[in-house]
Write a protein that binds this ligand. Structure first.
Ligand code: AMP
Ligand code: MG
Length: 405
C-alpha cells in the first residue's frame, strides 16, 4: 500500500496542465495566468503631483519662512487629465490637482493647505525639498518588470494590474471540466425524506462546492444506485470530463461495484488504497486524458481526500504555482493519545493566540462524521506510527477554507 507522499507524487506525475488560451479580463477571476505579465510601460505613466496644491521650483522656496514668505506668480491650473505641457520658470508656480502631470520646469508640489492666495500671486511659508509630493514615471512599476508571474491565480489585485496595462484579454490556462457521480443504493436526494435504511446524499454538494472554490467547471453531477449497468451508463458520460470524481463504492463490500466497473470501462488503475486515514480506499486512475479519483463515500473521507489529493491536482491542471495552502506549525491544545499505522489527517480547530497558532483536535474523528465538517477549520498531520503527542507538542496543520462557529 502506498504512503501519503508516494501517492501524492503519483497523482502529480499524471497531471498534465491544460491548454493555454485567452479570456476576457472580466471573466478571468479565479483562473491562473499562463504567461508572465511584463509591464509594457512604466507606472506611473508620467511624473505627476501627489497633492492638490501648487507645482513649484523647490529652489525658489529655499529661504521661505513664516516671517519671510516667498511670493510666486500664479500661472493657471492643471487639472487631472490635462496634458500639462506649459512649463514654469523660476518665480512662477501653477495650481495643480492630484494626479495631474507635473509641468516641465517644476520639481516639487506644495500642498494647498500650506499657502495663502493673493490676487495673482501665491505666498509660501516654508522651504520644500526637490521631488517632494511628486510621483515619478515608472517608480512604482518599471517598464519590462515581471509584475505578475505565470501560474498566479487572478484575484482583484491582479485584475487591477492587468487593467492598468491594457489586458482586455488575459493569457490563462483552461480550467478542468469536472464530473461528480455519487454512488449508493441507500442514497436519496435532498428534497426526499429518507425511508428506513436510507440517507440523504451530501457528497455531491460538498464536492461541487470544493470544485467551485477552484473556479473549475462542473460538467455533470449525478447520483446512481449500486447497479453495474446504471453505473456504466453514468460513468461513460462523466468520463468526457477532464476529471471524474466518483463517490462511494471504492471499498471491498459486495455492492462496491464502482471500481470494477470503471476498470471494465478502460480506466487504468494507478493506485488503490493508501496508508492514510480517513480514506484508505482512495482509487486513482486514468482513461485517456481523464483522471479518475474514486473517493470513499464517508463524507469526512471524501472531504479530506479532496483537500490532500484532488484540490492540488486541479490546481496543477490549471497551471497554478501554489497548489495548496501551506501547512503551519501549531501547538496542540489537547493531547493526541491514539495514533495509527497509517498517517492520520485529523480534523481540528485552529486559532491564533498571542501571535501563535494553537490547534485542538476534534474528539469525534469518525470518517462518517458529517458534523466534523462544520466544526473543523484545519487538518492536523499525524505521522504513521507516531508516538502519543502530549498537549503542548508542535504539529503541522493545514488550514482549511472553512468558517467555524
Ligand atoms: P461506501 O464508500 O459506498 O461504502 O459508503 C460509505 C458510507 O458513506 C456509507 O455509510 C454511505 O451511506 C455513506 N455515503 C456514501 N456515499 C454518500 C454520499 N454521496 N453522501 C452521503 N453519504 C454517503
Ligand atoms: Mg456504497
Amino acid at each position: 500500500m502506498l504512503n501519503y507522499e508516494d501517492a501524492r507524487a503519483l497523482v502529480f506525475e499524471h497531471v498534465v496542465p491544460l491548454e493555454k488560451g485567452q479570456r476576457p479580463l472580466t471573466e478571468s477571476q479565479g483562473l491562473a495566468l499562463s504567461e508572465d505579465i511584463l509591464a509594457p510601460h512604466g507606472m506611473p505613466l508620467f511624473d505627476n503631483s501627489a497633492v492638490d496644491g501648487y507645482a513649484v521650483q523647490a529652489a525658489d522656496l529655499a529661504d521661505a519662512s513664516r516671517e519671510n514668505p516667498v511670493r510666486l506668480k500664479k500661472l493657471g491650473y492643471i487639472s487631472a487629465g490635462d496634458s500639462g505641457e506649459d512649463s514654469i520658470c523660476s518665480g512662477q508656480c501653477v495650481q495643480i490637482a492630484t494626479g495631474a502631470p507635473l509641468p516641465p520646469g517644476a520639481d516639487a508640489a506644495v500642498m494647498k493647505e500650506d499657502i495663502e492666495l493673493e490676487e495673482s500671486h501665491v505666498r509660501f511659508f516654508q522651504s520644500i525639498p526637490k521631488t517632494e509630493n511628486v510621483r515619478f514615471q515608472g517608480e512604482d512599476i518599471p517598464e519590462g518588470r515581471i509584475v505578475i508571474p505565470a501560474g498566479t491565480v487572478i484575484g482583484p489585485a491582479q485584475m487591477a494590474v492587468l487593467a492598468t496595462f491594457g489586458f482586455a484579454k488575459v493569457p490563462v490556462r483552461r480550467v478542468p471540466k469536472v464530473s461528480i457521480v455519487s454512488t449508493g443504493s441507500e442514497l436519496v436526494d435532498v428534497e426526499e425524506k429518507p425511508q428506513a435504511g436510507q440517507t440523504r446524499e451530501s457528497n455531491r454538494y460538498m464536492l461541487a462546492g470544493m470544485v467551485k472554490q477552484e473556479s473549475c467547471e462542473l460538467l455533470k453531477m449525478s447520483m446512481v444506485p449500486d447497479v453495474p449497468e446504471i453505473l456504466k451508463q453514468e460513468f461513460e458520460a462523466a468520463l468526457q470530463a477532464d476529471v471524474l470524481l466518483v463517490s462511494g463504492g471504492m471499498s471491498v463490500g459486495d455492492k462496491d461495484y464502482a471500481k470494477p466497473v470503471l476498470k471494465e470501462m478502460g480506466v487504468e488503475e494507478i493506485f488503490w488504497k493508501i496508508k492514510f486515514k480517513p480514506g484508505k480506499p482512495l482509487f486513482f486512475g486514468r482513461r485517456g486524458k481523464t483522471l479518475v479519483f474514486g473517493l470513499p463515500g464517508n463524507p469526512a473521507s471524501s472531504y479530506v481526500l479532496f483537500e490532500e489529493f484532488v484540490r492540488p491536482a486541479l490546481r496543477q491542471m490549471m497551471g497554478r504555482r501554489i497548489l495548496e495552502e501551506s501547512m503551519v506549525k501549531a501547538i496542540l491544545e489537547e493531547s493526541i493519545t491514539k495514533t495509527y499505522k497509517r498517517m492520520h489527517f485529523m480534523r481540528g480547530q485552529l486559532h491564533e493566540k498571542n501571535g501563535k497558532f494553537r490547534v485542538r483536535p476534534l474528539k469525534f474523528q469518525g470518517s462518517h462524521s458529517i458534523g466534523s465538517l462544520v466544526e473543523s477549520n484545519a487538518l492536523i498531520r499525524v505521522e504513521a506510527n507516531s508516538p502519543v503527542l502530549p498537549k503542548g507538542s508542535q504539529v503541522s496543520v493545514r488550514p482549511l477554507l472553512n468558517e467555524i462557529g
